[in-house]
Ligand binder design. Sequence first.
Ligand code: ACO
Length: 323
Amino acid sequence: MIRSVVRGFGTALPKRVLTNRELESMVDTSDEWIVQRTGIRQRYIAGEGETTASLGAEAARAALDRAGLSPADIDLIIVATSTPDNTFPATAVNIQNRLGMSHGYAFDMQAVCSGFVYAMATADAYIRGGMARRVLVIGAETFSRILDWTDRTTCVLFGDGAGAVVLEALEGEGTVADRGVLTSQLRSDGAHRDKLYVDGGPSTTGTVGHLRMEGREVFKHAVGMITDVIVAAFDATGLSVDDLDWMVPHQANRRIIDGSAKKLGIPLEKVVVTVDLHGNTSAASIPLALAAAAGDGRIKEGDLVLLEAMGGGFTWGAVLLRW
Ligand code: ACO
């Protein structure tokens, strides 16, 4: 049985760090409020010349280097983003070009904060379906460019960055002892559209728009949706929380992360948290967290790793994989 195995990972962050203290001079907020409600202490903000495609390409190069591969070895690039460089063409083809690739194919995936989970599930389906052997899966965002910097209820929460993994087809035994993606569970419900959206777009206003969110409403749904889809991933594989080595959640808010882990009985020592450093980087948050924990040796070959996310749409999903 073909499995999609993580062969390499990499990240990219903008040069500029924006601390909670600096935000105090921009809107009516405080370091204490932000830390207490979200766990965020700082975020990175893209400057001149830094875009979703430039950050995504940098993360992709780092992932290829770590895998000992070159762009010539890649068949497909999937970029999860809600902040593309342009409405079209896809940021994925922009990154393809920056990598000097003119073979293979590339497309974007739009599932907001769940984008990386959706992209991993899609890459795995393409690999198992024989349509690609090696896939660059990238989550890249510049949310700073769609924030209303006068709205303290949203501008303190988000940041910019990118993370990438190389997935490669490897032969497995067809058991849960195999390395690679073991199951993906995806969900969406468009009835929740108005709780988290951007108030512009090419076909409505002809503008880019700004992020709008009913934070309390998002919070209310988040833990239930996340835990349901994680339970579905365990049910699909016959594995349980006891088998889990690492939970790598979407980094939106420390309270959502802790609440989900607690509801599932996952010890907090097994949960990777980077929201303090990066804020919510939407589709980039999981690969940034994954790279932090794999890079410092916490995640080791053979470990069972759970990725999960929930975001605008609403969309939500989980991927269970063996590293
Ligand atoms: N600084 C200081 N005060 C603030 C700020 C701020 N940045 N933002 C809001 N407040 C005030 C509000 O105006 C309100 O004041 P009031 O009581 O005088 O009206 C008070 O703080 C409480 O506001 P709430 O919205 O009730 O605060 P809450 O405890 O719900 O925290 C938060 C807000 C952090 C946004 C929370 O609701 C949350 O985390 N929601 C989830 C949103 C999220 O993570 N979205 C990410 C995208 S989706 C995803 O990735 C899962």
